[in-house]
Design a protein. Sequence first.
Length: 241
Amino acid sequence: MTETVLVTGSSRGIGRAAALRLAQDGYDLVLHCRKESGQAEAVQQEIEALGRQARILQFDISDREQASEVLLADVEAHGAYYGVVCNAGVARDNAFPAIPGEDWDLVLRTNLDGFYNVLNPLIMPMVRRRKPGRIVTLSSVSGINGNRGQVNYSAAKAGIIGATKALAVELAKRRITVNCVAPGLIETDMLDDVPVEEAMKIIPSQRLGKPEEVAAAISFLMSGDAGYITRQVISVNGGMC
Ligand SMILES: NC(=O)c1ccc[n+]([C@@H]2O[C@H](COP(=O)([O-])OP(=O)(O)OC[C@H]3O[C@@H](n4cnc5c(N)ncnc54)[C@H](O)[C@@H]3O)[C@@H](O)[C@H]2O)c1
Ligand SMILES: CC(C)C1=CC=C(C(=O)O)[C@@H](O)[C@H]1O
């Protein structure tokens, strides 16, 4: 039977690339978007053209009730997932004294609370499958190193690493691995406001990464070959440290 993987925020960027790569790997997909269903439908069509199935869920990952309701209804209708990629995320950059409270809350509620809101309803159905499973979260070089202008984002992304490692310990004996991918600067809409020429000075590879290069790491962690890898953070960042 074909296994199913949920990728949050899969209408564009890294999430889209991950969904397409996982479809090429042979999984059926549960795509997810907050509201822009046109882009998600385009990804759905690309996946169906690859011969795999894809359905689309819509919810705001910072909305605990909505996330739980939509996810539990999908699991009830189609069964528990083999894999989950917690990819959706936002940044609202500013020097710390200038971060308004609402941008602190938005970034923490989306990136860090999103971990709980998406995974909490899904874990017990995955455990009850009594089969191997895979969870991959998305942190950032900012979560590992801390980054100027990203105190809110760095806090949330560091929190994701801690949460990922702790959940990995809880689920290891259930054969469910939990790992994190930490990208550096990747060519997506998220970089629209980032001064890329400045950033280039700190990237040894001297180029931005491609969403497909992050998707390749996610693909490996999702695979059967990665069954003995858990509680790890894999950086995809051109050598930034
Ligand atoms: N692009 C980079 O350089 C970079 C670097 C490190 C980490 N990341 C991380 O990778 C992940 C993907 O980023 P990307 O570069 O593809 O960005 P992106 O902005 O292109 O995509 C982010 C996706 O998340 C969705 N999303 C955001 N908030 C949401 C919410 N509240 N509810 C539902 N969906 C929501 C967006 O709609 C979008 O589809 C993010 O977690 C990001 O923090 C990106
Ligand atoms: C280092 C800096 C230019 C940077 C790191 C990580 C990002 C991310 O989206 O995770 C970027 O926003 C960027 O600020």
